[in-house]
Design a binder for this molecule. Structure first.
Ligand SMILES: C[S@@+](CC[C@H](N)C(=O)[O-])C[C@H]1O[C@@H](n2cnc3c(N)ncnc32)[C@H](O)[C@@H]1O
Length: 813
């Protein structure tokens, strides 16, 4: 027998993983004006894009005289309909920026130049517009001084625009791309660039995003990385689309923020100023220096994103390289901002051209500061004594929860809930919810006063205050989950079932522990489940119609298992049920299958793989499903339609915690509910059970031992501890339980996964507790769960026969 260990299981799983995906190559790379990188470049980044497949050959460039370069560039631009007067100043600027590297400028038919010209045009247009708007505003305000300033500003703007033709340091805007399309901000109709026209109604899917800044290697610094800003280049905004030009005016920066403090970065002025310059001693500069990636003594890299105006509040992002591995590099502020703006545009549909992530973050910092200032406490009030702020909604929720308790006579619980809102349980007992709520409101207004900041606080001992939608209440020690649970006191299923299932506790003050109710099992993570119409189309009876139980001839869904499991009254066929019961309770009738390599043993991760202990072969039900030709009322569809029985969760009186009981009489063979929970692999179960107490997971091993069921990730179980349905409240009873679990195939006949339906083994009286035999061996160490001390009270309880059972099991092994 081969030896397995847990690490081997893990190795196998890792092998099945796809190889780590390389960074996706950017399609349409030939559209980028991307300067080459030195091979010595130490820090490649996401900005590195595939090389241009069709560059202008270097020998062409070397042999050209300077004038020839210029002439060629002008010719290329004129072909795009750009006038010479517009070309020259930008070209001059570009030559400085690109360190006279003509090969880079000439790439992609002088794309960099064309782009820069269009950007310059954009900038000019925007500034003109801004000047006009400013002027109009100033005039509207009617202040002579303001008007003067407005005129001056407008005049300056015009002058700036004129100067732009000669100005060597005109901001460059970069191309934006989306889905492989590269779009110049304003050159959307440029035929040679093939850029689609952009407008505000542009489909989100095709909306362009900004390109990251491209690094410029220089002779002095051939290793210049992606994050270096060309010297003297003012930072420039890159808005989302050409329709977002205005955001340029609002101070966004297109220049990437430096990665180290030595680099020459600057950031936007958050409130309306345009590009910052080195000699402007404003908060812009203060913030610029803050936007560096700092490394703390612990080696944590931190990027300061934003701050309040004078720096009291700061927003930082940090990561510890130690946890991320050496492959992590701190993104620049600009990189991050652009990524976020893209998210805001595409995911949150923020289309306002004035929107800027940087400004938004700064606003958060400012708002935080504002709130912090308002919340200033009196000197003698320590934070521990200060009441927590709770919304009115919370108080109403508590009121409703307490009311529900009171309605059930649970004054102790009602008191617990409402003590936080200063409500007496007695008042709840005698009033309706609406009265409670109005009392609550009255209480909030009767005992409040205003603090020195104008905020309403509760008076001494009042516990409740209210102001502008906020009430102040003492700390509530009920957790959010508990509150959610007790808020839904009338229905533990949170309305997810067609019937309501209330809970009661007549024994103590405990409330059910929180869990997520779900009506159907769902895969947790690794479990391999194969449901597909393709798989089941041959297994179903597409020719059947109406109710499959009606025709004399049973359809193939039935014949597959030798007749239908259900009878026309909706109960299990008597014979079928008796066989199932007998099989479960009578060892002589049991067929046990043994795995060659049992998943339970493999998951134990021990040096030696122990022999399989055996798995009970189970009779199973097969239901018609949506791929069958019958209707929803077909009698062969039961478990899939969920529970319909009137049930109640109650607290048991003999130390078994919560239990489930039926409120109505149930006949023998009736379906009660499915066992639903998270579908785990056995390995996941072992891992989980090593760190927490599970509420009796169920192993789906009815078909284990047959050849097909061998793969570890397909050996499954159900765990209802965190997610589950009402079955998670059903207690165990040895042997003579009144429910039996029967495998039910619904979606297909996959032997790895099946539903487990719980059916009554006998007639059950109203208010009788429902139990089923978990099949747990109390002395068995094989199952990866800790058995409990059984208090089922059955005459044939297995827990009391531990010693004799133990001997038997040792013998067999
Ligand atoms: C599926 S849960 C049943 C609901 C559980 N009683 C509760 O309070 O949530 C299974 C757990 O209930 C308890 N339990 C169930 N049947 C029991 C029994 N016969 N004797 C003692 N404890 C039992 C055990 O703690 C077991 O792990």
């Amino acid at each position: 027998m081969s030896r397995y260990s847990f690490s081997r299981v893990l190795t196998r799983r890792r092998d099945t993983l796809p190889p780590p995906t390389a960074l996706p190559l950017q399609p349409f790379s030939f559209l980028f004006h991307r300067p080459r990188f030195s091979t010595k470049q130490s820090k490649p980044s996401l900005y590195q894009l595939p090389l241009n497949p069709n560059p202008l050959h270097i020998s062409d460039l070397l042999t050209m005289a300077p004038n020839a370069h210029i002439k060629k560039a002008i010719t290329a631009m004129k072909a795009l309909g750009i006038e010479e007067a517009q070309i020259k100043p930008v070209l001059k600027n570009l030559l400085t920026l690109y360190d006279k590297k003509w090969d880079l400028i000439a790439e992609d038919n002088y794309r960099a130049l064309a782009d820069a010209i269009f950007e310059a045009q954009d900038t000019q247009a925007v500034e003109e517009k801004k000047g006009k708007e400013k002027k109009a505003n100033d005039e509207a305000e009617g202040s002579a001084a303001e008007v003067d300033r407005g005129k001056r500003k407008a005049h300056e703007t015009v002058e700036d625009d004129e100067d732009a033709l000669d100005e060597p340091e005109r901001p460059l805007k970069r191309l934006r791309r989306r889905g492989g399309e590269v779009v110049s901000a304003s050159a959307s109709n440029s035929p040679s660039l093939g850029s689609p026209c952009l407008n505000e109604t542009h489909d989100q899917e095709t909306a362009p995003v900004s390109l990251p800044f491209h690094p410029i290697p220089t002779e002095n610094d051939p290793d210049a990385g992606a994050l270096v800003i060309p010297k003297g280049e003012p930072s420039t905004d890159i808005p989302f689309t050409s329709t977002h030009q205005d955001s340029l005016e609002n101070g966004n920066s297109s220049a990437p923020m430096p990665e180290t403090e030595e680099t020459n970065g600057r950031v936007e002025e958050p409130h309306g100023s345009t590009a910052a310059t080195d000699d402007v001693p404003t908060t812009t500069i203060e913030r610029a220096s803050e936007h560096t990636v700092a490394t703390t003594p612990e080696g944590i890299s931190a990027l300061e994103l934003a701050s309040s105006a004078t720096g009291e509040v700061k927003i930082n992002l940090s990561f510890a390289p130690a946890t991320g591995g050496s492959s992590l590099h701190a993104p620049s502020m600009d990189e991050l901002r652009r990524a976020m703006e893209d998210v805001c545009l595409r995911q949150y549909k923020i289309l306002d051209p004035n929107f800027s992530v940087s400004r938004f973050l700064n606003d958060i910092a400012s708002s935080y500061l504002e709130l912090a200032t308002k919340a200033e406490q009196p000197a003698n009030q320590s934070p521990e004594n200060f009441p927590s702020l709770t919304t009115n909604v919370d108080v109403l929720k508590k009121s409703a929860a307490a009311m529900a308790f009171a309605a059930e006579g649970r004054n102790d619980l009602a008191a617990k809930v409402m003590s936080s809102a200063n409500q007496s349980p007695e008042s709840l007992q005698t009033t309706k919810v609406v009265d409670v709520l109005s009392k609550s409101a009255a209480a909030t207004t009767a005992n409040t006063s205003t603090d020195r900041n104008g905020h309403v606080r509760d008076d001494e001992n009042s516990g409740v205050g209210e102001s502008m939608g906020l009430v102040v209440v003492p700390e509530c020690h009920i957790s959010a989950d508990e509150l959610r649970m007790i808020s839904s006191v009338s229905n533990i299923t949170f309305g997810k079932e067609t019937v309501e299932i209330p809970w009661v506790n007549e024994v103590n003050t405990k409330v059910p522990s929180p869990f997520r109710y779900m009506t159907q099992s769902l895969v947790y993570l690794d479990a391999e489940l194969k449901f597909s119409l393709g798989n089941v189309k041959d297994q179903c009876c597409s020719s059947c119609c109406g109710d499959c139980l009606s025709p004399a001839m049973a359809c193939s869904c039935a014949t597959a298992l030798g007749g239908f499991a259900y009878s026309k009254d909706g109960l299990l066929q008597k014979d079928f049920l008796e066989e199932c019961i007998s099989e479960a309770r009578n060892p002589q009738k049991q067929v046990v299958q043994y795995c060659k390599e049992c998943p339970l043993e493999i998951a134990k991760n021990e040096e030696t793989l122990e022999p399989c202990k055996g798995h009970l072969k189970r009779k199973a039900i097969r239901e018609c499903w949506i791929n069958c030709g019958c209707t929803k009322k077909c009698g062969n569809q039961v478990v899939q339609h969920g529970l319909h029985t009137k049930l109640q969760v109650f607290f048991t009186s003999n130390g078994r915690g919560w239990g489930l009981r039926t409120v109505e009489k149930l006949p023998k063979g009736a379906f009660v509910c499915e066992l639903a929970g998270e579908i785990l692999t056995i390995s996941e179960l072992v891992q989980r059970s090593s760190s927490e107490k599970l509420t009796s997971p169920v192993i789906l091993d009815a078909h284990w031992g047959s050849e097909e069921v061998s793969r570890v990730n397909r050996a499954l179980c159900l765990d209802g501890t965190h997610y589950g349905n009402i079955s998670r409240f059903i207690n165990h009873r040895c042997v003579d339980a009144n429910l039996i679990e029967i495998p039910v195939h619904v979606e297909n006949m996959d032997l790895h996964y099946y539903h487990l339906g719980l059916f009554t083994t006998r007639d059950i009286e109203a208010m009788e507790e429902l139990t089923w035999d978990y099949g747990v061996e109390f002395n068995d160490q094989v199952y990866p769960t800790r058995p409990f001390h059984c208090r089922c009270g059955s005459e044939v309880c297995r827990n009391v026969k531990r010693s004799s059972k133990s001997k038997k099991s040792k013998k067999r092994a």
